[in-house]
Design a protein around this ligand. Structure first.
Ligand SMILES: Cc1ncc(COP(=O)(O)O)c(C=O)c1O
Length: 431
């Protein structure tokens, strides 16, 4: 198993002259991430030979916080260190997973971290994330809108020249910004190819992946094209059209490829075009972070059949929506013989030990965040005063509704005070 002591990424092994020109540090502690076959899901959806459903377990690529961001960070944080910065600043919604990953890695590397956070629908996941950013020593800044956030961020950058400004999601956006993050996912396709060659998975026809700031999808698309895989990436749009668009993805992929071509003359002159991938729309809901019925249903099915046993998690902002798109795709008779890989981008390590150490003291956060705690209750244990709630599986669970965790029958639910309250609070959009 490759680990943090590995000397170079597979991209450099294949193109050795890149090694001296591209900053990189080992951060991931569990590579290659495993690939599991989703046999129960295959049965439920009557997948037929030679087809199959698989999941790439990037959720376990790091011992504290797994997920897609860490692959980007091996290249981005290396650049930050090379530029001798003393801190990093980045942007996201108030519950940003990217921000949490950033805070954790900045702390590990002894860098300051400032997060610029914009409004998104408030959930326990958001409340929990804010406490964790603080736990990992990030400084928090808030604005109601992304416009306000950009202004605050730019001002901060102007007055803090020793900070590296990482764009939202660690991606190139609309062709602007460093392609470093995308390289992490081009590199990931080398890992996938090695797994295909070892027979861990047949060459996939399709990869399903959520598309937020588009860096993950862009890297996978560029990597598949570079390595001449037949695999077509289906990028499921889960954020605004501005970022999750075909043109944004193409710009992002090609900026990274051109960067590599410039640094190594032997690098193939491939270019990503619109027909190389699919952008799947219709799963976002009314806004970034909205919970949708289809997303929630997909999460419920997959968790019941696979996730609880295999120890991975899905959530409602990214992976649940990508999974909903994948399930819709395999419903169709003509798709039942396809080999499909779901690229799991969400951390599945348990962070409760850190959360408990915060003592849920939200008063420590800057004042503008307090209203997110005073006005909202999202969890049964915030509503019911169960004597042994700390031993209960639903306690602190931020991905699933308590009645799903506890597998409460319809009957039990109807008599439960928490269910009565939460069923109206947790709003699922029709989308
Ligand atoms: C769990 C998860 N999946 C997917 C994404 C989207 O990745 P990208 O921004 O590279 O499109 C994010 C971004 O924060 C994420 O947190």
């Amino acid at each position: 198993m490759e680990n943090k002591d590995r000397k170079q990424p597979l991209l450099f092994k294949n193109f050795p002259s890149l090694k001296n020109n591209i900053p990189w540090i080992p951060l991931l502690t569990n590579l290659p991430t495993s690939i599991n076959e989703l046999r129960e899901l295959e049965k439920r959806f009557e997948i037929q030979s030679p087809g199959g459903l698989y999941i790439k377990r990037d959720d376990k690529d790091h011992h504290i916080y797994g997920g897609n961001k860490l692959r980007k960070f091996e290249f981005i944080f290396a650049k930050i260190l090379e530029e001798d910065k003393k801190g990093v600043m980045t942007f996201g919604g108030v519950g940003t997973n990217h921000g949490l990953a950033c805070a954790i890695i900045a702390k590990e590397l002894g860098l300051n971290c400032d997060l610029f956070l914009a409004h998104q629908p408030i959930t326990w996941h958001v409340q929990r994330s804010l406490l964790l950013y603080d736990y990992f020593d990030a400084n928090l800044h808030y604005a109601k809108s992304y416009g306000g956030l950009v202004l605050k961020g730019l001002w901060f950058r102007l007055t803090h020249s020793k900070y590296y400004m990482m764009l939202p999601g660690g991606s190139t956006l609309l062709g602007f910004g460093s392609p470093s993050g995308t390289l992490g996912f081009i590199n990931a396709v080398f890992e996938l190819k090695a797994q295909i060659e070892k027979g861990v998975i047949p060459e996939p026809d399709i990869i399903y992946v959520p598309c937020g700031s588009a860096g993950t999808a862009a890297g996978l698309i560029a990597g598949c094209k570079l390595l001449e895989l037949k695999t077509k990436v289906h990028a499921v749009a889960v954020s605004t059209d501005l970022f999750a668009s075909k043109s944004s993805i193409i710009k992002n992929s090609n900026k990274a490829l051109k960067h590599l071509q410039k640094l190594d003359k032997s690098f193939p002159s491939v270019e990503v075009k619109s027909e190389d991938f699919e952008l799947i729309k219709g799963y976002l809901g009314s806004e970034y972070g909205a919970k949708t019925k289809r997303g929630q249903k997909a999460i419920d099915i997959v968790m019941e059949l696979e996730g609880q046993e295999k120890g991975f998690k899905l959530e409602t902002t990214y992976t649940g929506k990508a999974m909903a798109a994948m399930l819709d795709y395999i419903q169709k008779e003509s798709n039942k013989m396809k080999t499909i890989l779901f690229w799991n981008t969400y951390n599945s390590n348990n962070l409760d030990q850190f959360l408990k150490e915060t003592k849920f003291n939200f008063q420590k956060l800057p004042k503008e965040f307090h209203k997110f705690y005073n006005q909202y209750q999202y969890q049964c244990w915030q509503i019911k005063d169960c004597p042994n709630h700390k031993e209960c599986d639903a306690y602190l669970n931020h991905e699933y509704r308590c009645w799903k965790v506890k597998r409460c029958s319809e009957n039990t639910r109807q008599r439960c005070r928490a269910y009565e309250k939460l069923k109206n609070t947790i709003h699922l959009e029709d989308s």
